[in-house]
Design a protein around this ligand. Sequence first.
Ligand SMILES: NC(=O)c1ccc[n+]([C@@H]2O[C@H](COP(=O)([O-])OP(=O)(O)OC[C@H]3O[C@@H](n4cnc5c(N)ncnc54)[C@H](O)[C@@H]3O)[C@@H](O)[C@H]2O)c1
Length: 377
Amino acid sequence: MQKLKVAMIGGGGEGAFFGKVHLRAVCIDGTREVVAGALRSSAQGSMDAAAQWGIQGYPDYQSMIDAWKNGDLQLDYAVIATPNHAHFAPALACIKAGLPVLCEKPITLTVDEAEILAEAVQASQVPFVLAHTYTGHPMMMLAKEMIRRGDIGEIRKVEAWYNQGWLATDLEADGQQQAAWRTDPSKTGISNCGGDIGTHAFIAATWVTGLGLKRVSARLNAFVEGRSLDDDFNVIGELENGGTAIITATQIAIGYRNDSGFRIYGSKGSLEWQQEESEKLLVKRGEHDETYFIGANFTFFPDSIASYLRVPAGHNEDFFEALGNLHCTMERHIRIRRGETCPAPFEHPGAKEGLAGMQFVKAAVESSARDGAWVSL
Ligand SMILES: NC(=O)c1ccc[n+]([C@@H]2O[C@H](COP(=O)([O-])OP(=O)(O)OC[C@H]3O[C@@H](n4cnc5c(N)ncnc54)[C@H](O)[C@@H]3O)[C@@H](O)[C@H]2O)c1
């Protein structure tokens, strides 16, 4: 079996965050490797960052795609790890050229861009995976499977949250890289907190339950003085089955790091999962609780998940492995398309879910501007 060859767009250079997480996640199974990159916005920066990683550098993503099309570079898929405003153009260029894409969330800067990209993915059938990292946690996948097979009955209510405290002060005033672009509407979009982490909570509420949202009522706040976009994002929504979703995200919860999770209440039981204790899934059906714990030796995992597990219980599988699982899903799509034998890919979020996330954020921003009026998606 040949290793898949991966290109990275964005994610290199001093101080960059998530590109390096992808770098590890790509390599985690030994079946994929990063070989090329257009890793920064400037041509020289890109070449320097690629030299640091010891990979083939390109001054920009278009010249890298051209090299692939001309047969000068072997690639199987591209990872996009740029800030939000720089997802759409490279993603569309890759899809149009026929190169599969694993793209960071939120999928694009605007709903219009997300519509164009989702249409291009649908029309071309080129694999596209959206990097909602937490959906790669086997326990989040197990929650989805349990709901799909009816373990907790009809879904009545979902609470999904993402609490952080890192933007409780105006960190962007000091030029902190991640804060600077996230609080700049030209780079992050119409919502900071909602787009950045509210979309993770939205995916938890909708992807895990398999239920879309019909309408929302929202209250967004910008607590830190001088900030033009929200740093606190609160939404109540109506699920397509008439149930209720409470989706909240905040960046001003001092002392909270990546406190993300969900509680889902059904007619036969409830499920609870928390990102900071990602190896456990709690199932409540009445008097006593059941705790499911991660482990490749455990037989309760359905086939759709078992092949994603790597080590026996008691050894950590966490953040890097979760993102690795999204790369694994991409790898399976690619190998199956080529007629190679491998397990079926899990239904991880793609362009359709990315578009839904953008529509959700837009509706929430509109609702908040109208004092919480209900807005349909
Ligand atoms: N899935 C997750 O859990 C998760 C976590 C963190 C960040 N993210 C997403 O990852 C993306 C990057 O976030 P980050 O925190 O790593 O940001 P960052 O600022 O740390 O890194 C951005 C990288 O993109 C490069 N870049 C900027 N503009 C570019 C362009 N036009 N062309 C090529 N490269 C360019 C920068 O040089 C840098 O290497 C964002 O979309 C963010 O939402 C996702």
